[in-house]
Design a protein around this ligand. Sequence first.
Ligand code: HEM
Length: 410
Amino acid sequence: MMTALSTESGFDLDAVDLTDPRTFVDTDLFALWQRFRTERPVHLHRATAQLPAFWALTRYHDVMSVYKDNQRFTSERGNVLSTLLQGGDSAGGKMLAVTDGPRHREIRNLMLRSFSPRALSHVVEQVRIRTTDLLARALAKGTFDYAAEVAEHIPMGTICDLMAVPPQDRQMLLDWNKQVLSADSADGTDDEAWLARNEILLYFSDLAKARRRNPGDDVISALATGSVGGVPLTEDEIVFNCYSLILGGDESSRMASIGAVLAFIQHPDQWRAFKSGAVGVESTAEEILRWTTPAMHFGRRALVDLEIGGHRIAAGDIVTLWNTSANFDEQVFTDPRAFDLARTPNKHVTFGYGPHFCLGAFLGREELKALLDGLRAQVAEVEQAGPAGRVYSNFLFGYSTLPVTFRPER
Ligand code: HEM
């Protein structure tokens, strides 16, 4: 199909607008990124009347080299296009993902204790129980929206477990979070979203105070009672880092889960290989993470003048890293367009790399593996029952609806 971006001979790379969500819908993204990797691996994206210019890196090794380098690049002035292009992030220097230097390491170490496989064993057990139960309920319906009935309930339930949010408060938190997210769609307003976001921050502030008095082994208690060099974290650091778990862990995990089911539907041979046990859950989960790449890009600001691939990047320039291209780089992945559940090695950059490597990667993987085990044990056949609805974003890739029919395993 021809799109606004394509000409008879392919895409006009100078006309591609990577800030516009429409670019990522109805476009052959495989072909688009392949052209960038081959012809413009270090691309200077043009400025518009409202927005500054920025660099877009699409080759795996270039992307990795920037992820690794928090000496010459910073996340403190934003780490996604939306904040980088606005000139900064209000949580910069307070929230882990947008903090650098020694403070980043100190807060990360403090939070890491709550993210070790041992500390998470109870949370993971709950993920498995929740997943089995949701699949059983969905199977009883037969035909349903997988996004609404299954995928929506797992990540936020898990984050609430991680923070030990009391059961009576959970629905309220879920409602606020939905209001925050609906600002991205047609049916919500920015004002409602702003109010809901503040409600969440206030709620975490109160919960942190309660945990300081009466700590448990959850991540809020770790932040509320934690100190660095004998000095407690600030109120902002505690509250923003609680919120960052929702930001980091909700939508991306949902996109991976929904994308997994769609990928199985679109590749029946791989579904059969998975069901028969010919491929393992570990390599299946990694290939789904590569294939879905829910976070299409992250970004940094250069702190010094430097060079990448023969191009001069100036101090202050915005540099974006396109995971969604790097994960399909033919220099690194054999036959990258094949959805191959047996793929090994599979060193995708879905969780980033280096100092900011995803804190929730273990948990994200466990959520996916619980789904895979559930699908293998409980579901005999999966079929699409209507068109999948795409998420409209320049950051998140995936689907917000996926009508399916599941037939139960006897
Ligand atoms: C960081 C992706 C799940 C919390 C990141 C980064 C990526 C990523 C690419 C690096 C950002 C950067 O370099 O600027 C994903 C994907 C997930 C997922 C694709 C699901 C499939 C989770 C979960 C949580 C989480 C479940 C928590 C419950 C975080 C946090 C950071 C982070 C706190 C910041 C780490 C730091 O800056 O040191 N994530 N994530 N993520 N993620 Fe995830």
